[in-house]
Write a protein that binds this ligand. Structure first.
Ligand code: SF4
Ligand code: SF4
Length: 370
């Protein structure tokens, strides 16, 4: 359904929404502070949300701060996107067992649909999810584990009011407001939340919430908040479409410069909401009776990931970083019809070498001088 405004939920009634989801058998997840970062954890009560917490982000820098604000979502994003909810970092995708007669028995996968609701999703992460859907669900072979988790997912997004200095979702067209792909979308104001409905299920679910009609003043505040969140974003990918441009700049000297700094740790690919590379392997019991076939997240930056058909095709950090950025911003267009970057800025924030993805893309594409 086309998203539509449902009304206004006073701040003190947000808990009712959480309880409604629980009543409909959803396990609810929401942003919470753990170990100095905002991550998604099981949410029982809105008092667990990061009220009066903001974040400060720069290349290789992430710190939380406290403010007197009553708001729960006055921060940009944490290290986690929706990716781990659907594409598990590590999972057994099939097993093999040896029967008493010595025959090998393969145990097929049994994906389970779990009802999970995630509160506090950002627009960039909805966009990242759409990219993951394209990869895991829209090709000839669907991923049954991803599909099962996707079916059970209920998404409550929140429009960003306070982007971080690393954010550039306005330049990719993926934020800061969530335009689609949610069940419910909230705009947080000081006294409560404007709620948009994006699915029939959500419309039925919130029918029992006593929403008030949105006032003109609240709608103006919503627009002003959106405008501010666009205007404060100072970073942008090059204006030119990068399709074929990075591929044609394979010998740009900046790749060597990046490689001197890059640790090949793979942090950037782990936090990226659209990266989907993985490896597979078998874990066999010591007696040889059973084997688990395991799928794990992998990265352009690992040596094994570049080992294809008996050859190491990406022997050094330079070729691995170049592969990552060129796929993400260039060849992704041919593969999926758009860039693979949704402007969340995580790869820059969580890079221990302070490598700035936007800055490097602008230099390698010729948009900026070194
Ligand atoms: S760019 Fe940064 S985060 Fe990515 S592999 Fe290199 S050092 Fe690690
Ligand atoms: S490449 Fe970086 S900024 Fe773009 S979606 Fe991935 S983590 Fe976010």
């Amino acid at each position: 359904m086309q998203p539509q405004l449902a009304g206004f939920l006073p701040r003190e009634h947000l808990q009712q929404l959480v309880e409604l989801l629980q009543l409909h058998d959803y396990e609810v997840f929401g942003p919470q502070v753990r170990d100095g970062a905002i991550v998604y954890l099981n949410l029982q009560d809105v008092t667990q949300l990061p009220q009066g917490v903001n974040d400060h982000q720069a290349a290789g820098y992430y710190r939380l701060g406290n403010t007197p604000s009553v708001r729960y979502f006055d921060w940009a994003n944490g290290p986690e996107s929706l990716k781990p909810f659907l594409f598990a970092p590590r999972e057994v995708i099939w097993q093999a067992r040896r029967s008493s007669e010595g025959a090998i028995e393969f145990i097929p996968p049994e994906p389970v649909i779990q009802k999970r609701a995630v509160l506090g999703v950002r627009a960039c992460d909805l966009a990242g999810l759409r990219l993951q859907d394209l990869h895991f669900l829209k090709s000839e072979f669907k991923d049954p584990w991803y599909e099962a988790r996707r079916k059970g997912l209920f998404l409550i997004s929140v429009n960003c009011a306070r982007p971080a200095d690393t954010c550039f979702c306005a330049s990719t067209g993926d934020g800061p407001a969530a335009g689609m792909g949610f069940d419910l979308n909230l705009t947080e104001l000081d006294d409560g939340f404007l709620i948009e409905v994006g699915s029939d299920e959500a419309e039925d679910l919130i029918a029992t919430l006593r929403l008030k009609p949105a006032s003109e003043e609240q709608l103006s505040a919503q627009y002003a908040q959106y405008k501010h969140a666009v205007e404060v974003q100072q970073r942008a990918l090059p204006d030119i479409p990068l399709m074929n441009i990075l591929q044609n700049n394979h010998d740009h000297p900046r790749w060597d410069d990046i490689a001197e700094r890059c640790l090949a740790c793979g942090n950037c690919t782990q936090v990226c909401p659209s990266c989907f590379c993985h490896s597979e392997g078998d874990v066999v019991t010591l007696d040889g009776e059973q084997s688990d076939h395991v799928r794990e997240w992998d990265s352009c930056f690992t040596a094994d990931h570049g080992y294809l058909a008996g050859f190491q095709v990406r022997p050094d950090t330079k070729s691995r970083y170049r592969q990552w950025m060129t796929h993400k911003l260039d060849s992704w267009h041919a593969q999926y019809g758009r860039s693979g970057c949704v402007g969340c800025g995580r790869c820059t924030t969580w890079c221990p070498a302070e490598i700035d993805f936007v800055k490097e893309a602008r230099i390698v594409s010729g948009e900026d001088e070194v």
